[in-house]
Design a protein around this ligand. Sequence first.
Ligand SMILES: C[S@@+](CC[C@H](N)C(=O)[O-])C[C@H]1O[C@@H](n2cnc3c(N)ncnc32)[C@H](O)[C@@H]1O
Length: 379
Amino acid sequence: MTGCRGLAATAVARLLPSSVRNESQGLIITSNQRAYTSALLHQNLLISDHLLCTTVHGAADLLLEDLRSRGANPATPVDDATVRSDFRGVIATLRAIEILGSAGIVVGHSTDTLPDLDRLLASVDHGLLGVLDCGSPLRFRVELRDAAHRRKVIDAIKVATGWINDPADWTVNILRRAGVWIAEVGELHYSRRFGRLRRQPWSTNPVLAAVLVRLAKLNSGQLVHDPFCGTGTLLIAAHRAYETLRITGTDHDRRTLEMARGNLDDHQVAATVTSTAALPFPHPDHSVDRVVSNVPFGKQVGNHGDNVILYPRLMTEIARTLRPDGRAVLLTEDKRLLVESVARTPGLKIIRERLLRYSGASPTAYVIMRTRTVRHRRR
Ligand SMILES: C[S@@+](CC[C@H](N)C(=O)[O-])C[C@H]1O[C@@H](n2cnc3c(N)ncnc32)[C@H](O)[C@@H]1O
């Protein structure tokens, strides 16, 4: 087996999933019977495979919901960030899961020295790997700390598949996670789905941003505001959920806001962002549908002393501007202060909280709404 490029017609036909063979639309077969396309061969090709998908820690239940609603059955959580599932559907529906961090196929038990090479080839034949570019051999990398072991796995994969080891530009990443060997698909990794973003060290991870947006339960046409928008990650995540949203953001750091402008332009998000202090919000009373923000919590941005003043004022501003049925989703590690600040603000209450973990931080996302009495009075 040598990969796709240069194969005889029969071998190419065998490598292509049966549905590619049956579906002519979009598939270009040249005279020498090679199949060419861009990174993904068929966005809308029906595939069937055993997947392991990840999101941020603390959101596996949301990922489970998303996968089940898109044809993953059975699907079971492995831990608070990982879901295993049998998936039958089109790859475009997987790519559309905003809170997906990564996805790959299960290729053996991690206790085995090598991944199951037959499973790899079977997936090229009729599973997820079959939708990848077949214009040339697949490029792969192996993510293993032990150099000798890594070399052994690389050599075994090269011999069995004809793929090219290319750690800098890979399509498939072979690694061990959650007790299994995984062949992770680069095109489904969040970094490739979200594209290039200008970042600050404190910028929100895009998958985390998608989780926060998900908790906000957005609806088309709503006004969404991020008072601490930084480089604009949450604004972009909101736009990806609904292009019809009206989106605003503020950040007092001029350079960071310039980065936000660049990111918003690149992602064609028509948001109004202003380099100014977060408070007061640039909105009239009862006009904002959703406030979504990764607020300063004193690790990389701000400190507890400043937050003691900032958080109560932030809550007062949310209470002033939120519509009767509005909601705010705020992420912080300065948890007690946030909870106390909400409790001391007439008309606001925390309706849900979710502990999330990423890059060594363990913040909580708080979902805040108006109390019932205030909601009724304002209708
Ligand atoms: C945790 S970061 C937000 C990260 C952002 N979601 C992103 O993806 O880049 C908090 C941001 O709040 C800004 N900030 C802190 N205090 C502020 C204040 N009082 N007014 C406006 N912006 C503030 C910082 O400049 C920083 O960009």
